[in-house]
Write a protein that binds this ligand. Structure first.
Ligand code: G3P
Length: 217
């Protein structure tokens, strides 16, 4: 499973990238707003840091302007994936930009039918929003499973990018269901290391190291 980091915070991306945990980055207007940075400037900095795809989202809602924005975004770096919303105009922009040879991430996906349309429009990535479905008492994981089945049935090569990941269990369940990629905030990725038995076991080992005065260096 590829790990994308869902943030525009450079330090957090760099820390995970140094550990080999970053296969790409996703941003959106809310994350750019949170960073307080200029979209072009911060996106370029992220692209310089990370080898994999970096999603940068358009701001327009009509296809022509989305395409123009997408063409400007891809000038930032070769690893830009243009992010467009899952609307009819977004699908038109997806088709044009992917025909031009650019990576496109179709975002705000909440149904398997939407994902089917995105694949047919040539999306590189489809981003089903797990957490936001769970928020309204629906089942985000059911959506991942449905998209996996449909894409496999017909051999679509659009990658399923599980998004709106809020917990370590979202990561685990997405991996079990065969999502190609997951994007999560840095805190969720770092929380995956935690286990109370690891802490307990280490405490015992440290006590024995102290008691027996075990030294390696
Ligand atoms: O990857 C999409 C993500 O940024 C949205 O997450 O938690 O705002 O639903 P959330």
């Amino acid at each position: 499973m590829k790990f994308f980091v869902d943030t525009a915070e450079i330090d957090a991306i760099a820390e995970l990238n140094d550990l080999g945990m970053v296969d790409g980055v996703t941003t959106n207007p809310s994350l750019i707003k949170k960073s307080g940075r200029d979209i072009i400037e911060v996106t370029k900095e992220i692209c310089d840091l990370v080898d994999g795809p970096v999603s940068a989202e358009v701001t327009a809602t009509d296809a022509d302007t989305m395409i123009a924005e997408g063409r400007k975004l891809v000038e930032i770096a070769e690893n830009i994936a243009v992010k467009v919303p899952l609307t009819w105009d977004g699908l038109k922009a997806c088709k044009t930009l992917s025909d031009d040879g650019h990576m496109v991430n179709v975002t705000l996906c909440f149904s398997a039918n939407q994902a089917l349309l995105a694949a047919k429009a040539g999306a590189t990535f489809i981003s089903p929003f797990i957490g936001r479905l769970d928020d309204i008492n629906l089942d985000g994981m059911e959506l991942i499973a449905d998209i996996r089945t449909i894409y496999d049935n017909y051999g679509f090569d659009t990658e399923i990018l599980a998004a709106s990941i809020r917990s370590v269990n979202h990561v685990l369940d997405s991996a079990r269901l065969g999502a190609d990629v997951m994007t999560a905030p840095p805190g969720v990725i770092k929380a995956m290391v935690n286990h109370p038995l690891t802490d307990k076991g280490l405490a015992t080992f440290l006590a024995d190291i102290a008691a027996a005065d075990i030294k390696i260096l």
